[in-house]
Design a protein around this ligand. Sequence first.
Ligand code: NAG
Ligand code: NAG
Ligand code: NAG
Length: 482
Amino acid sequence: MAPFFGHVIAALAGVASTASAVTFTIPSQAHTGNYKYAPVDPAPVGVSFEFFAFPSYFTNVTGTTQCLSNWKDLTGVWPPIRIGGTTQDRAQYDATTAAYVVYTVSNAADAPTSLTFGSSFMTLAAQYGGSVVVGLNRGKNNIQNTINAAKATVGGVKNLLAIELGNEPEYYPSNGQPIAAGSWSPSIDAASQNNWAISVGSALNKRDIIQAGNSNDSPPKWGAAELIATQNATVKQYIHNYAHHNYPGGTITSLMSHSRISSNLHIFDADVAAALREGKQYVFGETNSVSGGGAAAVSPSFGAALWTMDYVLRATYSNISRTYFHHGTVGNCQYCFWGRYSMGAPYYGAYAATAFMANAASLTALDDGTSNYAAYVTFDSAGTPLRALLYNSDYYAGSGTRSTQSFELRGLTGTSIRAKRLTGDSAVARVDQGGKVAFGGQTFTDGDCKISGSETFETLTVSGGQATVSIKASEALLVYLK
Ligand SMILES: *[C@@H]1O[C@H](CO)[C@@H](O)[C@H](O)[C@H]1NC(C)=O
Ligand SMILES: *[C@@H]1O[C@H](CO)[C@@H](O)[C@H](O)[C@H]1NC(C)=O
Ligand SMILES: *[C@@H]1O[C@H](CO)[C@@H](O)[C@H](O)[C@H]1NC(C)=O
């Protein structure tokens, strides 16, 4: 046995050292070749703020505005925000209060079990430069209060994109929400959503105003296709778009795995198609790596940053128009992109994805989603290739040899192209614990989110329309094609 075993080792070693390049051909024009294309929203990477925490983020967390404006510097528009979450169904509108929000908690790390908010909450939302989705209460079954809140929202938030009527309604029974007293099911919720959309929409005298759905449990049990099947034209006139929530979870290794990201997105294919058939957009209204504020061992890592990047690109490729990454209780949020005192590594992934999609009209994926290696291309409004993004999702935990994968690009023009690398010490690196993560040599400063360091490009030589580049395990490269 021994000699035979030795042969096998030698053969494997031979394969490893000459690992062949993965090859991708850049289409010379959008909507050509054997690829699927998706439109790119002016700002596909968004942020969701937990309802009660929204005023704190904008009045008491220095980094918030700077972190958002860093993306605006790339795209020309402020990223979209959504204000909502579990506490939207614990909140009641109080027209008499001057405060943004009123609540008490015994520990600053807790979310309030009930709260009120005033019209200044809308004034604050109106000061934001980008579009805003505001999530209102359905769980408490106080429709008059929600209509009053909706009127104040529509009147006060000039940059309003849509309002939600309830958050993750499948959990209403376990949360003891009055609307689910008696019985509750997807069809009972759908009837409730539809009646509320008609009541609130007609009270506002406003069409295309409701972001509907907002479930977290997987389709088809809870989702857009299931909801749309219950809706007639009277309801549909009030629906602006459909939304779902998604927290894939897992370990760092499984979270950042490109094939797992791709298969996770396929869960939503039928729902996206159902929304598009209605001529309405489909969005991830609330999402992040691991539910419940994130997992300490997973969510703050550079691997989670790579998940953030690849996930929002695959979502965009899947015709999901916008992806709102959730931010919860300030100071108690493992997946947050930034906090009062430190940056989170995932911000870097969101930044790289934003840089890749900036000013693009469409996007395609060149890979089929079954391997660890991804390649995307964006195109401008004339259909000309803008940028490519290459991702090696092999896991590197920080010890031993870090493997590399060659990516060969074909269909290039000119003699050289520039690229920026998204890299980190390892997939487990945490910038809030001193780990090094950088994009194009630059970092974001703790506390104020200002970009720091000099922008660094690498140059790839193009010969015969081809260029080859090495990407380390747990690394990505943004290639500028023009
Ligand atoms: C602002 O943040 C500080 C912690 O830095 C906290 O003590 C204070 O209560 C917060 N103020 C408001 C209005 O949220
Ligand atoms: C449409 O559906 C709603 C319930 O969602 C119902 O109240 C209304 O009567 C229906 N309208 C028509 C024209 O069938
Ligand atoms: C996205 O929608 C367009 C139609 O708007 C379709 O042609 C395309 O195939 C869809 N993309 C994917 C990845 O399904």
